[in-house]
Design a binder for this molecule. Structure first.
Ligand code: BG6
Ligand code: MG
Length: 218
């Protein structure tokens, strides 16, 4: 009997090669605000939702950055970053999937497991369409519908609920530190995609999506 009933996927950096596109959009906004984001800052923003990312960036610019801006001013800044991001991904096609992403989804389906998306991105549904993988996914957890964003467990618990799986029988796959914490706090098994010295709380770490095989976990 397989150990899992469902696999819950992050999108940016796991299925789609979009993690660096999010960061490039934040860097552009940062430069406009006089806040330089060094390359190492990318790791801190992975998995963090839009407003949470903006707060981290403003704090990086100095202690006054957040408190001196109104909620409306912050919304305008977040919208501006999103306009840079959506313009950059407008031309994404199935060729922009991370290597192995489609094969991984197909193997999980062939193994009889459900697939849900647990992405913090509000841009996930149109991106899945562009990448041609929407039909391979059974359910998408809506980040706007849960109480707390990653690293809270809410989004992964919602993804599990949508496909009728109990947390102990879910495998979560993530490229971010925040996401791995969500999966573990949800009581699920966590697979990190990336560097084991960064994703230290993951149960398993695989360097790239291409090297992930569901058969290794069943
Ligand atoms: C996550 C990304 O998947 O989605 C983050 O790792 C991003 O970098 C977050 O901030 C929210 O995305 P969006 O598209 O709703 O701004
Ligand atoms: Mg990610």
């Amino acid at each position: 009997m397989p150990r899992f009933d469902a696999v819950l996927f992050d999108l940016d950096g796991v299925l789609a090669d979009t993690a660096h596109i999010h960061f490039a959009a934040w860097r552009r906004l940062g430069e406009e605000l006089g806040i330089h984001l060094e390359p190492a800052f990318e790791e801190k923003l992975k998995g963090v939702d839009r407003m949470g990312s903006l707060e981290l960036i403003l704090a990086h610019g100095g202690p006054e950055g957040s408190v001196t801006r109104t909620a409306e001013e912050k919304r305008v800044l977040a919208d501006r970053k999103n306009s840079y991001y959506t313009a950059a991904i407008a031309e994404q096609t199935p060729d922009d999937l991370l290597p192995g992403a489609r094969r991984v989804l197909e193997e999980v389906r062939a193994a009889g497991l459900k697939i849900a998306l647990a992405s913090a991105s509000r841009n996930a549904p149109p991106l899945l369409q562009q990448l041609g993988i929407a039909s391979l996914i059974d359910a998408i957890a809506d980040p706007a519908a849960v109480k707390a964003p990653k690293p809270a467990p809410d989004l992964f618990l919602e993804a599990a609920r949508l496909v009728g799986a109990v947390p102990e029988r879910c495998l979560g796959i993530e490229d971010s530190v925040a996401g791995i914490i969500s999966i573990k706090d949800a009581g699920m098994v966590a697979v990190g995609i990336g560097d084991p010295t960064v994703l230290t709380s993951a149960d398993y770490v695989v360097p790239t999506t291409e090297q992930f095989h569901i058969g290794d976990f069943l």
